[in-house]
Design a protein around this ligand. Structure first.
Ligand code: PLP
Length: 151
């Protein structure tokens, strides 16, 4: 049995892919070995293959592309301002409504297979139950003409 490694840096995993690919280890075997040491959530088989394609096309860097250097408006200050505005302990910026709704449900349903009670007219029941069911839990509606998602 091998010793496992938790939460590796992205560049570590990419370096291992680059190394094994250079040794002509097959993509499926590289993925299998990564999962064996880093655990199931390390990287999907498809992403492993994407990195292999890039290395085969001549990529040498295992790091993310350099950012533009432009200052971002999304920073701690913005989140602190939002938290203060709504009288909350903290805030988290998300770039879309769908992502915010999903994060909210995930904060209530912390384990896969849990259920969330929503109104049959609620936005997340009508428009977003697929994503919620895929990622975490099963939305159940209990009351007709009920708009509130989570009480
Ligand atoms: C309550 C609610 N959640 C989510 C969304 C989707 O937002 P986005 O397109 O930013 O993902 C909408 C859009 O109308 C919405 O009204």
């Amino acid at each position: 049995m091998f010793k496992t490694i938790a939460d590796p840096a992205d560049c570590e995993v990419r370096s291992v892919i680059r190394f094994l690919n250079a040794k002509k280890v097959k993509p499926a075997e590289i993925h299998r070995q990564l999962v064996e040491i880093y655990g199931e959530n390390v990287m999907t088989d498809g992403v492993v293959r994407k990195w292999i394609r890039q290395f085969n096309d001549g990529r040498t860097s295992v790091h993310d592309e350099a950012r533009s250097g432009q200052p971002s408006v999304v920073n701690d200050e913005l989140e602190e301002k939002a938290a203060k505005l709504f009288g909350k302990e903290a805030a988290l910026f998300v770039p879309s409504g769908t992502m915010g709704n999903l994060a909210s449900v995930m904060s209530h349903c912390w384990a896969k297979g849990q259920e969330v009670i929503v109104g049959d007219l609620s936005h997340i029941f009508i428009h977003e139950q697929g994503g919620i069911a895929q990622v975490r839990c099963f939305p159940l509606f209990i009351e007709r003409k009920f708009k509130v998602a989570i009480k």
